[in-house]
Design a protein around this ligand. Structure first.
Ligand code: NAD
Length: 336
């Protein structure tokens, strides 16, 4: 039997990536929708054969508790709304997959994690690159020290935004997008830095700045930071809606491991000191959801649990604090 997934928030990512992925997943299918836009309902019902009884809006979400066809709610709204919807879905007894970045603060993440534990449900983050062969190769090479210890890391995820309407509006809104590119794109940099370092950062220095003051009146346009790890080793990071950048570069004892472009849904190119990475294109979101459903079915730990999402938000908040104070922010002990 395939587990039933309900998508909550039918924006760009749900429409273009997650819906199509759920047509391919072997252990899951799209069984329901939760949306505030009644006009989107007929198209989705037709495309995915969703019965009337499995269509909800944000007011009727609690009723999903009685729907036996839906096992998982996949939260795909703007960042600031993830916690509320994830918690309501968990309280209704559903497992939750929550898009990145997990939530505005570590405290929000902790509430989500606690609700999942109280309800004995699984809470996972939509970190699709944990199923991408290029990133898996990078993680494995570092873990096995195939090219020796890492010496320095450089990560960048940035793209110049020129249209500030539609689904970009919330991204530059402080209430919904929190800190702009640092959350939306920087979370990939934090992820890549941490799975390249394979350890927690000790401290961070950072700065943020804005060139286009009118468009970026609420959140900074550019973010730059430097995480410090054991032995004084550094990971430089850059996230921006004003410039471009898309790489992870890890200098190891035996040479460079790199992926560039790194963060797209495909099109990765990478190399190690042993030569070019030669992998077939995969449908990341299909493999991700299959892997996440497998974790639910098997009861084995997820590769991308809520705790990992919380850890990343702790790092992001540290970057924000360092940028605001102009001083190094020292991290406490991470729980995950
Ligand atoms: P989007 O703006 O296209 O979609 C957001 C959806 O949320 C819309 O359908 C919108 O109607 C709905 N929504 C509900 N309440 C809202 C409110 N109060 N204000 C605004 N919108 C509201 O954005 P998107 O690109 O689909 O991103 C949605 C989520 O998916 C974000 O968390 C984003 O970070 C994540 N995302 C992840 C990836 C990835 O590669 N994993 C890629 C893109 C987006």
């Amino acid at each position: 039997k395939k587990l039933g997934v309900a998508l909550l928030g039918l924006g760009d990512y749900a429409t273009k990536q997650l819906g199509p992925a759920l047509k391919k997943t072997g252990n899951a299918r799209l069984a329901g929708i939760i949306t505030g836009s009644a006009d989107k309902v007929p198209t989705w019902q037709k495309e995915y054969e969703i019965p009337d009884g499995s269509v909800y809006d944000y007011q009727t979400l609690e009723k999903i508790a009685d729907n036996k066809d839906i096992d998982i709610v996949y939260v795909v709204t703007p960042t600031a709304l993830h916690a509320e919807y994830a918690i309501r879905a968990l309280e209704a007894g559903k497992h939750v997959i929550c898009e990145k970045p997990m939530a505005p603060t570590p405290e929000d993440c902790a509430r989500m994690i606690k609700t999942a534990a109280d309800k004995s449900r699984t809470l996972q983050i939509g970190y699709r690159l944990h199923w991408d062969p290029f990133h898996l190769k990078l993680m494995e090479a570092i873990k096995t020290k195939e090219f020796g210890e890492w010496k320095s890391i450089d990560v960048s995820d940035a793209g110049r935004m020129n249209d500030f309407t539609r689904h970009n509006a919330w991204r530059v809104d402080k209430e919904l997008g929190i800190a702009g590119a640092l959350y939306d794109l920087g979370v990939y940099c934090v992820q890549a830095a941490l799975y390249s370092a394979q350890e927690h950062p000790l401290k961070v220095t950072a700065k943020s700045w804005t060139e286009r003051e009118k468009e970026f009146s609420e959140v900074p346009e550019h973010w730059e930071w430097e995480l410090e790890f054991s032995g004084g080793r550094k990971a430089k990071g850059f996230a921006s809606y004003g410039k471009n950048g898309n790489h992870v570069k890890v200098e190891a004892e035996k040479g460079l491991i790199q992926i560039e472009p790194a963060y797209g849904y495909g099109g990765q190119k990478g190399s190690t000191p042993a030569g070019a990475m030669d992998f077939q294109h995969v449908f990341q979101q299909q493999l991700q959801i299959e892997g996440q459903v497998e974790a639910i079915l098997s009861g084995k730990p997820s590769k991308v649990p809520g705790e990992m999402g919380q850890r990343d938000i702790e790092v992001i908040r540290g970057i924000m604090e360092a940028a605001e104070s102009g001083k190094a922010h020292e991290f406490g002990k991470f729980a995950y």
